[in-house]
Design a protein around this ligand. Sequence first.
Ligand SMILES: [Fe+2]
Length: 408
Amino acid sequence: MIHRMQLGRVPPKPHTTFHDEQGKLLMEHCHTREGFEGPFSILYYRVPPTDENAVEKLAIPGFCPFEPLGEQPLHRRHIKTFDLRLKGDFLDARRVLMFNADVQISMVKPTERSPRFFANGDGDELYFVFKGTGRFETLFGVLPFREHDYVHIPRATPYRIRWDDGAAPEFLVFEGTQFIDIPKEWRNRSGQITMYAPYSHRDFRAPQSLLTYHEAEHGKAPFKLVVKREDVLTVHLHPHFPVEVVGWDGFVYPFAFNIHDYQPKTSTIHLPPTIHLTFAGNNFVVCSFVPRKVDYFQRGDVKAIPCPYGHASVHMDEILFYVAGNFTSRRGIMSGSISLHPAGIPHGPHPGTYEKSVGTDRTSELAVMCDTYKQLRLTTVAHEIEDRDYHLTWVSREGGGVDAPGAR
Ligand SMILES: [Fe+2]
């Protein structure tokens, strides 16, 4: 939902006759949101996507269904995703770590390529590419990805993930039950991204080529499309390749945005995390922390404290996924860590880091944050890879590194 796009051929008027090269009438398909009130795209299939001839049940424990942790005492958490060992394709190797009614947060670490496609009927998906390069093969075309991209897949879009040799990917995934979109704060009344937003229309990449069927790549019938709805998977078997269109146009399609294209805002004194806002869902936001100059106020001996102040986020749970940079300000935190700081209790920099931050002028941290209004519940998978002493690591006076702005 960035701007209108067209790929391939479409007729001048919607809902009119439109033929393939042999004169056969093509099947128009309207991919609509919010009933028929919201954004939409119109696609033209060679074979109607409704020609499924069987439906099978499928369960992938840890993904669908996932198991909530029974008891979750309120304290700060550290989930070590680097200890998560997974095997299989991009669905078998997906695990839900945290969830509430608005968002699910998962890791995906595929080791095997799969001919099957997947469509998430529960919500939009926002992948963050932690590692790897490759492409999303989608109904709307082929969308290449590279390290540290966000990749947005609209609800109910069939896709699968391929990767380059030697570049097996790892992803953090946000699934937004209602939607994930560009925040209204960064759009003007015409829908254009504002000039003071932290990115521009030019930073977003859409599919550049349509997906076409190749037997060597996609196999033979029956073609499998796995659909998720209410956290239940069904496999739909098609006698024809179900993800091929001759063209489409509209506002709904997958897109990519690289976090390194995010333009951070800086100030004389510390600005709240709000200024790192990147995407918004229903009752949650996703923010980007990128390498940047930090707060530079100085008046005589009085200087800015770049390290964030301690705070109790009384309305929001907060997670931070640490990607790259110097995280020594948080003991035990490494690239691939997720911290969860729940609403209701205070958090902030570890002892020592607050003082050490005075006088620093840059931070190298790269991290993705998600704030939610509703409490995030852990799954049993997350609990298995949890650092269970993390909430006690503020107690002593031992300090960390000098790249202190990473603590929040
Ligand atoms: Fe915070």
